[in-house]
Write a protein that binds this ligand. Structure first.
Ligand code: TUI
Length: 308
């Protein structure tokens, strides 16, 4: 459907998913995705063109629908004839007809059956059902419960995301009825990923309980590594005298400080619960190989789980 060899998407992560990482994943047979995050069209155009220089394979652009530049990015992906668009943090229904007319495969991230049904009706090509194990902005449901319910409700393909960091998670997702997986946290630790080394090391050394969710009070829950920044944010959030504006001011710049400066005190390091499964920094191609080998071995051996 997308012209890729393996059903593995690299998630579009703000301040993480740049052209070099996306190209490496696409060259390895997965689907690399550039994050448009809160950036303007000039930045995203350069990322797309850089990526085209580094790969002739399909890649995608993730559009964060809360971005102040969303309208110009919506146009840009048509002009640049991007093959795949994924969306996050909102309902992209009104843009879907235009993207489909431009020949773009449209694959929104959905946190619930209701939103999945809405985007299918609006003409989505497929959906990514993302559970709350994920890093970044999350919904209410977890992957194990969300994916099969979305699979049952829709007739378009479903990609599973949230907590999938190796071949075991991938095999499980396929058993839930998914047609593929989207992975963020593991690809953050790819050699080709341009984030600060401190960020990668923090993910590699994280354990199972080292992430937390903040931002529920403002309606935008976000999962990130537990750090002085996230603890302070949680404290502010719990204080009734804190306004939403105070929280916004406190949060401004934190993603950049984490991903570009490696600022361990005041940076925000988004990561999923699967951070505890990420053991090393390695090339994107080795990550894809590990998912595929692990998954195929488990599926081949699965008849052994049944006793006559
Ligand atoms: O979008 C993500 N992950 C993200 S976006 C992001 S940037 C950000 N930072 C602070 C606050 C908010 C965003 C960091 N990580 N994942 C996909 C995703 N989409 N998760 C949840 C949703 C979602 C939520 C509501 C999708 C649709 C939706 O629809 C609500 C509606 O409008 O009906």
């Amino acid at each position: 459907m997308l012209g890729i060899e393996y059903p593995i998407f690299q998630g579009g992560m703000a301040w993480v998913s740049e052209a070099k990482l996306a190209a490496a994943v696409s060259n390895a047979g997965g689907l690399g995705i550039i994050s448009a995050m809160n950036a303007n069209a000039d930045y995203v155009r350069k990322q797309i063109r850089d990526c085209k220089q580094m790969t002739d394979k399909p890649f995608g652009v993730n559009i964060m629908l809360l971005s102040p530049f969303v309208e110009e990015i919506v146009q840009l992906v048509c002009e640049e004839k991007v093959k795949v668009v994924t969306t996050g943090a909102g309902n992209p229904a009104k843009y879907i007809p235009m993207w489909r007319e431009a020949g773009i495969a449209v694959i929104p991230v959905v946190p619930s059956v209701a939103i999945a049904e809405r985007v299918e009706r609006a003409g989505a090509t497929a959906v990514i059902a993302e559970g709350g194990e994920s890093g970044g902005h999350i919904g209410e449901l977890n992957t194990m419960a969300l994916v099969p319910q979305v699979v049952d409700a829709l007739s378009i393909p479903v990609i599973a995301a949230g907590g999938i960091a190796d071949g075991r998670g991938m095999a499980a997702a396929l058993m839930l009825g998914a047609d593929g997986v989207q992975c963020g946290t593991r690809f953050l630790c790819a050699t080709e990923c341009q984030v600060h080394e401190v960020y990668k090391q923090k993910v590699v050394s994280a354990g199972d309980t080292d992430t937390m969710v903040t931002g529920r009070s403002g309606g935008h829950p976000v999962r990130a590594l537990k750090t002085p920044f996230t603890r302070k944010f949680a404290k502010l959030e719990a204080d009734p005298s804190t306004t939403q504006e105070d929280l916004n001011n406190f949060g401004t710049g934190a993603l950049r400080r984490g991903s570009q400066e490696g600022d361990e005190a005041m940076g925000c390091f988004m990561a999923g619960q699967s951070a505890g499964l990420v053991k090393r920094i390695e090339p994107a191609a080795d990550i894809i190989k590990d998912y595929m080998e692990g998954c195929c071995k488990l599926l081949q051996n699965s008849p052994l789980l049944i006793q006559d």
